[in-house]
Design a protein around this ligand. Sequence first.
Ligand code: SF4
Length: 481
Amino acid sequence: MSTTNSVLDPKTSPSFPIAAKVTLGDTQLRKNVRHATEVIQNKRARVVGEMPDWQQLRESGKQIREHAMANLDYYLEEFERNCTRAGGVVHWARDGEEAKRIVTELVKTHASPQNPEVIKIKSMTTEEIHLNLALEAAGIKAYETDLAELIIQLGHDQPSHIVVPALHKNRQQIREIFQREMNLPELGEKPQDLADAARRFLREKFLRVNTAVSGANFLIAETGGVCIVESEGNGRMCLTLPETLITVAGIDKILPRYQDLEVVLQLLPRSATGERMNPYNSLWTGVRPGDGPKNFHVVLMDNARTAVLADGEGRQTLNCIRCAACQNACPVYRQTGGHAYGSVYAGPIGAILTPQLQQLHHAQTLPYASSLCGACYEVCPVKINIPEVLIHLRNKVVKQNGPLNPEALAMKAAGAIFKSERRFRAAQRLGRIAETPLVGKDGWIGWLPGMLGGWTQVRDLREMPKETFREWWEKRGKRGN
Ligand code: SF4
């Protein structure tokens, strides 16, 4: 049941410029992504507009997340104590490999030995570590139960959005997948038909499979509880019906107090899907006889998050509550879709998170996958200054590539020119002379040589003005008018 095709992994995926070229050529995908992001953005704007205290809420969200990250060690230990007291078992995983090993062992212990299977509720953390492939390698079948994740799994595809993983598919494409994979040649194409087919397909699994794997939206230190929000009720089924529940969460998911939910549960649904609140908000704390799973395990995974925390400028990335508002607002994501990012985290958050979670050289084109327009910062419900982190990471990339790489040399030269007015004027004069053979009759340059060609591959360049403002001003001054 798990996909066996290639996964979105920065170590093996093509770089962003190469992958983006492919997706830019897919007009259907671009149409689907544009339509879906527009619908979500409009809904978000409407419900955010209803909140007179939205900016104060954003500020509170930011403060809560910053405080949690600044005291992460303290709150993680508090979570462990309270979770254990309530009957949960906490496991610590340094990286994805360790997390996968722990989950696989737990499933082998608890699932049916003849036919080991798990039902899953959407989890970006398990996507991040490619858990399904590890389970499959261990002979364990994993069934995604979130509708969009199910579409991705049955379509042998990869997620392209944090909140709506199948956003790049339209209704006809989903119908084709269901017809083929569920053997339903007569299936209609109304949303109701598709939802009914998915419901029938999944219901049997909810009732049969005795082990579930979930992610977590939040971990609450004060109570040792876990929170998941979702829209379809599949999560509620996974969290309550099976005998064993295994939750995999990044250590950054911690919230200090139960009361903090008041803020984040207002910010998240509005920013994510334009809903005032999520239809299903599940909170569970340990185990209780006769109520829900008998065994509860939490795998707290670092996977480079403490390294991000140690970076003074990059650490604000960990404040993210994975709402994807930045993705929907990003003009680059809206054109390329998610797969071009070569990582399960796409869009602006992917452009800053992936290079920090991975070794930078595997994702060094991602900090450049942005126009730095600031739309992401404007919509982020916890005020992460994504453009600031992008520039910080670009600096790191330039430094990592050594002092002799073309970008570093170009920046050095630009720095030397901008430092001196004389050099700046000389460069302007030289630029005018150098561009002359390239300027077309219409005053535009359609082609530049060498590395500069990257600019004109996708846009034209206006010729430099015959006279700068400074030159005009000086002349005007001499004439006295
Ligand atoms: S960076 Fe901000 S806007 Fe983007 S997913 Fe995270 S919380 Fe949402």
